[in-house]
Design a protein around this ligand. Structure first.
Ligand SMILES: [Zn+2]
Length: 143
């Protein structure tokens, strides 16, 4: 489908963020040909969120994101926003990684374990929360 207007995407993200108690976060988004991080269970890269500083973050969406169905787009956007509630874990991970400076294997294992645990928790929250949000208006679906 055609990529929706920037205003429509921004308003949807802002409104969902406000409902998720992320009112104090300054959230930008950008559409990337190839975003850096997030892989969904199908191993295709659709979206990622990067806390930039303080309570600012960028949500990065890939072009392929807009080819997903309405409920998947909604779940993924809610998922990315839920990550912001877990951002303190990254500070903890950085501290532990510093402590593991002499052990590259330990750092790698820690990063893997923490990422898996966070993804699982965040996705559970997103699956619980997403159905109580409207579908993204650019998908043309109401329910
Ligand atoms: Zn995630």
């Amino acid at each position: 489908m055609q990529r929706p207007s920037e205003g429509l995407i921004y308003n949807y993200i802002r409104s969902a963020a406000d409902k998720l108690r992320l009112r104090d976060w300054d959230i930008a988004y950008m559409v990337h040909e190839q975003p850096e991080a997030h892989k969904d269970p199908d191993q295709e890269t659709y979206a990622s969120v990067v806390p930039t500083y303080g309570t600012s973050a960028d949500i990065r969406l890939s072009d392929s994101f807009f080819r997903l169905g309405a409920t998947d787009q909604r779940r993924i956007l809610i998922h990315e926003l839920c990550h912001l509630h877990a951002h303190m874990f990254h500070h903890v991970a950085e501290q532990v990684e510093k402590a593991l400076e002499e052990s590259p294997e330990g750092k790698e294992m820690l990063r893997h374990i923490l990422t898996e645990a966070e993804e699982h928790a965040v996705d559970q929250f997103a699956r619980i929360l997403a159905p109580s949000f409207p579908l993204p208006p650019w998908t043309g679906k109401n329910r």
